[in-house]
Design a protein around this ligand. Structure first.
Ligand code: FAD
Ligand code: DHB
Length: 398
């Protein structure tokens, strides 16, 4: 969890959690002359090895470039001008620049995290790995603090002006917010999960393929011209041991194959099952403790919004904290939660819609509704534009 920060005039602040949200917030504040401390309970090796999201919206890319951490992204990231939607007999290309004037980039969250950690350790404020017992305190007043135990086992107290709870879904910040503010939680779990693999094989399509199939959803994605990232819909109760590589490739081949285009298999280097849920916690603030990213909300992965939404939160929160800590004006921190939640709900709807359209569950009636919706997106420019605008990221209302 978290980070802390202090401004030129010696007002300290703090963030909790060195995921993309906490690291980027710290970087944005540092560029405005506000010092931060980032507290992370895992090791650097663990954080840098986590395989997660892979698609960056244009806004996310621009934010990273503007923050001075976009050099490798610009060299190694793969710009994509669209995606394919597939259902039996059809593989249809959606051209994003044509539909909405934007595109997306393939660049793994792992790489984004590595770039941010390198910048933070090279010339940034402190980033402490391996801390424990992190606890935000006195968040209702103007001088909150974070108690924690450092990696050597010594108890520490970080006095702050503000605390960012960027400690993900299982962090300690959200319970502090919900315990002290009247608010609400919304949650939906889905009756399916994704089994994801990384494989050392060139992607069998130059752009992503989202495939509806009677056996279940499949997604062809990638991390580089030599590394494929692939997902198949599975039952959430399934065990990874029941999915040897041959079974995964067979399912992928059946669901993603098209006439004349076989799916290339290769050595599998990572394999995991991801549960799927929608979750929103409001408000995203209690006093001087502000939630951002997965600490406040989770979307199912279809549509690749999770990481991008965390970056959008942090964009709003950085503006608000700069105004609070440098100008002592509270207007932007006061409106932060409402403005962030408006985008959260848009992304929650889009992710739910993509998920519901593409995954098999229910009966044949549901399947016909899904196919009707897919045909609509492939045949109607207005329906395709709606998908493209959301997928590439709607402008942020700063
Ligand atoms: P996180 O990345 O979760 O970072 C939170 C940080 O806080 C972590 O480093 C954690 O170790 C640290 N932390 C937690 N508790 C404490 C504590 N008590 N004290 C100190 N530190 C703490 N999104 C997509 O768009 N596409 C995908 O394919 C995709 N795949 C995913 C796969 C998995 C397994 C998961 C979990 C998520 C996936 N997501 C995906 C979602 C996306 O990765 C998240 O939305 C994104 O990581 C959010 O960033 P964050 O910084 O808010 O949270
Ligand atoms: C990836 C993940 C997604 O959730 C998605 O919609 C597209 C791509 C990926 O991990 O590459």
């Amino acid at each position: 969890m978290g980070s802390g920060s202090h401004s030129d005039d010696a007002h300290p602040g703090g963030d909790i959690g060195a995921g993309p949200a906490g690291l980027l917030l710290s970087r944005l504040l540092q560029l405005q002359g506000i010092d931060t401390v980032v507290l992370e309970n895992r090791s650097r090796e663990y954080v840098e090895a986590r395989i997660r999201a892979g698609i960056l919206e244009e806004h996310t890319v621009q934010t990273l470039v503007d923050a001075g951490v976009g050099d490798r992204l610009q060299r190694e990231g793969l710009p994509h001008d669209g995606i394919y939607l597939q259902y039996p007999g059809v593989r249809h290309h959606l051209d994003f620049p044509d539909l909405c004037g934007r595109r997306v980039w393939v660049y793994g969250q792992t790489e984004v995290t590595r770039d941010l950690i390198t910048a933070q350790l090279d010339d940034g404020p402190p980033l402490l790995f391996g801390v424990s017992d992190v606890s935000p305190e006195d968040v209702d007043g103007d001088a909150p603090r974070i108690r924690f135990t450092d990696a050597d086992g010594n108890p520490q107290v970080l006095e702050c002006d503000a605390i960012a709870g960027t400690d993900g879904f299982h962090g300690v910040s959200r319970p502090v917010v919900t315990a002290g503010t009247p608010g609400r939680l919304w949650e939906r779990t889905y009756p399916y999960a994704w089994l994801g693999i990384l494989a050392d094989v060139a992607p069998s399509s130059e752009e992503l393929v989202y495939a509806w199939h009677p056996d279940g959803f499949a997604l062809l994605s990638m991390r580089s011209p030599a590394v494929s990232r692939l997902y198949v819909q599975v039952d959430p109760t399934e065990k990874i041991a029941d999915w040897p590589d041959e079974r995964i490739w067979e399912a992928l081949g059946t669901r993603l194959g098209v006439d004349g285009g076989a799916l290339q298999a290769g050595p599998v280097t990572e394999k995991s099952i991801l549960p799927m849920r929608s979750f929103v916690s409001a408000p995203m603030r209690r006093g001087r403790l502000f939630l951002a990213g997965d600490a406040a909300h989770i979307v199912p992965p279809t549509g690749a919004k999770g990481l991008n939404l965390a970056v959008a939160d942090v964009t709003l929160l950085a503006d608000a904290l700069v105004r609070l800590l440098k100008k002592h004006q509270t207007d932007l921190v006061d409106s932060y939660s409402d403005r962030a939640l408006a985008r959260v709900w848009r992304c929650t709807h889009f992710s739910w819609w993509m998920t519901s359209m593409l995954h098999r569950s229910g009966d044949d009636f549901d399947a016909e509704l899904q196919l009707s919706q897919l045909r609509r997106v492939c045949r109607s420019e207005a329906a395709a534009r709606e998908l493209a605008e959301n997928y590439t990221g709607l402008p942020i209302d700063r």
